[in-house]
Design a protein around this ligand. Structure first.
Ligand SMILES: Cc1cc2nc3c(=O)[nH]c(=O)nc-3n(C[C@H](O)[C@H](O)[C@H](O)COP(=O)(O)O)c2cc1C
Length: 126
């Protein structure tokens, strides 16, 4: 079984990363393969509503200039996806929100690609 943790904090070694690593350590002990990727502090912007994902249905976002598709393909392979975010003004970080917009829409366009996966979240506060 594979678990992918997605960190929405721009801080390296920050609280969100620490929390996600705690979760992944427990999963490792239970025999899972794990990986942590960062979307916080990256150039991944939000969905541009081009709807190309609904035309192409190729499990990819048409915006190819960033790491979105690499991370999305890891999500498709994972059995479990854990989203982590710092609390920014009582919400997820803008970086994680941008990623969620695109991942959610591409998955929706591709026969609900996250269907059956395990989902979890960690949140860091002040
Ligand atoms: C722009 C910004 C907005 C924040 N808004 C909140 C907030 O609404 N509530 C809260 O509890 N903490 C807030 N915080 C604090 C962070 O959520 C908190 O320090 C968190 O542990 C940081 O996680 P990180 O180390 O992974 O970045 C805010 C921090 C920043 C930079």
């Amino acid at each position: 079984m594979q678990a992918l943790a997605i960190c929405g904090s721009p801080r390296r070694g920050g609280n969100t990363e620490l929390l996600l690593k705690e979760v992944l350590t427990e999963l490792n002990v239970a025999g899972w393969e794990t990986e942590l990727v960062k979307v916080g502090g990256t150039a991944i912007r939000g969905c541009i509503a081009c709807e190309k994902c609904f035309e192409n249905k190729d499990n990819e976002c048409s915006v190819k200039k960033d790491k979105f598709n690499d991370i999305f393909s890891k999500m498709l392979k994972a059995d479990a996806v854990i989203l982590g975010s710092p609390t920014y003004f009582a919400a997820v970080s803008a970086d994680l929100k941008a990623f969620i917009e695109r991942a959610g829409y591409v998955a929706y366009a591709n026969d609900h690609a996250f269907s059956g996966k395990i989902g979890a979240a960690v949140v860091a506060v002040r």
